[in-house]
Design a protein around this ligand. Structure first.
Ligand code: CA
Length: 268
């Protein structure tokens, strides 16, 4: 995965942290935020200081409260004393392995979602991490926009999932698997339905092609990300084209987002 993100790619971001393939960090300084997003608190466990700084500044610019631990044992100590909404966990730590940290987190009575962040990209490591209860796995180097998109989805998990979704004049009935817009029935193929449901459940949140593939196809295969574009095209033909306002938006550098449009808009 190519790992550069720019300001123009990051909606709502006043900072443009980028991690380029060579490992250089670029970060635009800005004042620290004075308030946090719904009081969501994230723990970043990362021994490499510049990555930890890059993550905490980037996430704070997204208005999350962020703590950093540079090793596994201090991380466990923090988790013991603080209720985190999410832990972002590096695997290669100086004291104990990230996998051991994950196991200890999972042995707790209540444990926050965990996103593994690792340079280990072998299928074995990934499977092991997910089997041990990690909720997501992002391979370094990564694009910050991809990380933030995944963070947003992880943080909204656990909230009740309605059986009927509505965004603007678009409704989706998850039980009867029916979609209507402005009262008109829309016939969708099963994968189209699943993608639309995922977009609607995360309305207003950019979702990357990889996230859509992992969610809808239940597998991780880079070669499939192009197929997302094909399905989005089909979806737009049915959900957007017959209507004056577009709802499926392209988010440059990430993927797609569904949002109700206030006014007709020909731009995609
Ligand atoms: Ca490390």
């Amino acid at each position: 995965m190519f790992a550069f993100s720019g300001l123009h790619d990051a909606p709502n971001a006043a900072v443009s942290p980028g991690l380029v393939p060579g490992g250089l960090l670029t970060l635009v300084e800005r004042p620290r935020p004075r308030y946090t997003k719904q009081n969501m608190r994230i723990l970043v466990v990362e021994d490499e200081k510049r990555i930890a700084d890059f993550l905490s500044r980037g996430l704070e610019s997204e208005r999350y409260a962020v703590d950093v631990a540079h090793a596994g044992l201090p991380a466990l100590d923090l988790i013991h004393h603080t209720d985190y909404d999410l832990v972002i966990l590096d695997l290669g730590l100086p004291d104990i392995d990230g996998i051991a940290v994950l196991e200890k987190i999972r042995n707790r009575r209540t444990s926050p979602p965990v996103m593994i962040l690792s340079a280990r990209d072998s299928v074995d490591d990934r499977v092991k991490g997910l089997e041990l209860g990690a909720d997501d796995y992002l391979v370094k180097p990564f694009a910050f926009v991809e990380l933030v998109a995944r963070v947003r989805v992880l943080l909204r998990r656990g909230q009740p999932t309605p059986e009927r979704l509505q965004v603007g004049d678009l409704t989706l009935d998850c039980i009867r698997r029916k979609v209507t817009r402005s009262g008109e029935n829309i016939e969708l193929a099963p994968k189209e339905f699943s993608i639309l449901e995922y977009l609607m459940r995360n309305r207003g949140r950019p979702l990357s092609r990889t996230m859509i593939v992992e969610h809808v196809w239940d597998m991780d295969y880079d070669g499939l990300t192009n197929i997302v574009d094909v399905y989005i095209r089909h979806l737009r033909t049915k959900v957007d084209d017959p209507f004056p306002a577009r709802m499926i938006h392209t988010v440059r550098g990430i993927g797609y987002m569904l949002e109700a449009s206030e006014k007709p808009n020909d731009q995609r």
